[in-house]
Ligand binder design. Structure first.
Ligand code: XMP
Length: 510
């Protein structure tokens, strides 16, 4: 049985970060919404519970509450910020509303010894972000940390394993943050910290075999990290029962289809390649609206996949490389989020084909999928590949899509990526590519006036694609890429570099 730490989410912007920190300590954790009942929580059998922070005041009329039955479960519990205030109220302490939200760094001093504080330096910096604060701890609880001006920064019960921090241990500005979390999980809750990629692989292979039995499993393979690692993992579990189908949508990068097939050549995995590029390009012809492009490509993908799959007979399961951030972003864990872009992978397929979905990576972050891939022996050139969107070059070709424009993107993208590789930067950035703008500008080549297209270079640094910074790549690299693109790609006379982060921009331009 995997040991589980449960993170109960009260809507903090840092909840995912708590999960990442816990996973970094090789402890498996899940984020669950605050309205779970104590019974539902007990059914998950957590060995520790972390109550996240949240944007609300505990005094707000609709402040999220906990099922009070949780406290009867006697599971070691750490409240962070809002979580601390909830537990203070529950055990009869006094929370005072703050007039203003307090953000920023503070120093904390140890008031009492406690396992939570082992191996931490005194007067270390912590990151505060709160409105309410604990004025009086509940009876039986001790104040273990105070801020410089005497305010309560942490409390704990000396016998019950219940404690809380006023600040955020999960953010890097809290100097001893990782040590507090480490102490809570290992010294207090008794975790072993054995949740490694190998552990995950063994468990997944086991459960996939049980679920699938002798049935066949279809997989939409794109050649990207997630679907490729999934193909290796499933092949290990069920061998030839796995049917990885690779649909060429005509929106791939230069020589990409060939490369993907080559990458699998030395494995025993037999990729079923199907070229539907004509159908896709016909369907998006003349379409300029980004959402419409995405929807059409999603629909044609389903049709193409269905017709390709028919050639192999019945299959009961459809495997997808859905990751944890997709699950969170789609709102199935926490509330509802706005649709920024209709992400297209194989959405809608399972209903249409009447198949059961297998999503072995639903609880993993991208770097964890990469670690699983390495443990499975997936070639490094697959693991290190930059993410590539399902709708492919269509969302990098602003305005209508033509074969000529796609060629400009393929050539310029290839040059940019090669230049990144030559400078040793490909592996340093999360994702890089070029975008063709529907804009012509004046230039001069030789003695001739030109009036040609603009290509934008985009390169970003990110942990999971949900937020991103534009990459600070060297000017010489940009200069070389720009020069080569203008000299070698017909129809381009200007190159620009995109210096917006996400948010407010997104990574792709459409
Ligand atoms: P955005 O543009 O939303 O992209 O900031 C975040 C990350 O997701 C990739 N992306 C997609 N991936 N299907 C995918 O599988 C899609 O429809 C899709 N759209 C964007 C994008 O390349 C970036 O890594």
């Amino acid at each position: 049985m995997t040991e589980l730490a449960l993170i109960i989410d009260f809507g903090s912007q840092y909840t995912q970060l708590i999960a990442r920190r816990v996973r970094e300590m090789q402890v498996y954790c899940e984020i669950v919404p605050a309205d779970l009942t104590a019974e539902q929580i007990a059914a998950k059998n957590p060995a520790a519970i972390i109550l996240s922070g949240g944007p609300e005041s505990v005094f707000a009329p609709n402040a999220p509450q906990l099922d009070e039955g949780l406290w009867e479960l006697n599971v070691p519990t750490l409240g962070i910020c809002y979580g601390l205030q909830l537990l203070t109220q529950h055990f009869g302490g006094k929370v005072e509303p703050g007039k203003l939200r307090e953000y920023g760094a503070a120093r904390v001093h140890q008031d009492q010894e406690h396992a939570l504080l082992e191996n931490t330096a005194d007067a270390s910096q912590v990151w505060m972000s709160h409105g309410d604060h604990v004025a009086e701890p509940p009876s039986g609880f001790q104040v273990i940390l105070r801020s410089k001006n005497g305010l309560i920064a942490a409390i704990a019960h000396p016998e019950k394993s219940v404690m809380g921090l006023q600040f955020h241990p999960e953010v890097s500005h809290t100097e001893e943050g990782q040590t507090y979390l480490n102490n809570f999980l290992f010294k207090i809750a008794g975790f072993k910290g054995d949740w490694t990629p190998t552990h995950f692989i063994e468990q997944t292979i086991d459960s996939v075999r049980k679920i699938v039995g002798k049935e066949r499993v279809l997989l939409g393979l794109s050649g990207g990290v997630d679907s490729s690692v999934l193909a290796f993992l499933l092949h290990e579990a069920i061998g030839e029962q796995l049917l990885p189908i690779f649909i060429d949508n005509g929106l791939l990068r230069l020589h990409e289809a060939r490369q993907v097939l080559d990458q699998f050549e030395h494995s025993n995995i037999k990729i079923k390649y199907h070229d539907y590029s004509g159908e896709f390009l016909q369907a998006v012809k003349g379409i300029t609206d980004p959402e419409q492009k995405r929807k059409i490509i999603g629909r044609v993908f389903i049709e193409a996949f269905e017709s390709a799959a028919k050639k192999y007979g019945a299959a009961a399961f459809l495997a997808q490389g859905t990751l944890y951030p997709d699950v969170i972003e789609s709102g199935s864990v926490i509330g509802k989020s706005h649709t920024i872009k209709s992400h297209h992978n194989v959405g809608g397929l399972p209903e249409r084909l009447n198949m059961t979905v297998l999503e072995p990576f639903r609880e993993l972050f991208k770097d964890e999928v990469r670690a699983v891939g390495r443990a499975l022996g997936v070639p490094e050139n697959i693991i290190g590949r930059h993410p590539f969107p399902g709708p492919g070059l269509a969302v990098r070709c602003l305005g209508d899509i033509t074969p000529e424009k796609l060629e400009v993107i393929r050539q310029s993208d290839h040059i940019f990526i090669q230049t990144l590789r030559e400078f040793g930067w490909y592996d340093k950035v999360w994702q890089a590519f070029t975008v063709l703008l529907p804009v012509q500008t004046v230039g001069v080549m030789g003695d001739q006036r030109t009036f040609e297209n603009v290509v934008a270079l985009r390169s970003v640094d990110s942990m999971d694609g949900m937020t991103a910074n534009w990459s600070r790549i060297p000017a010489e690299l940009l200069a070389e890429a720009a020069e080569k693109i203008v000299n070698h790609v017909v129809g381009v006379n200007r190159v620009v570099y995109d210096i917006t982060s996400k948010p407010p921009a997104t990574i792709e331009w459409e």
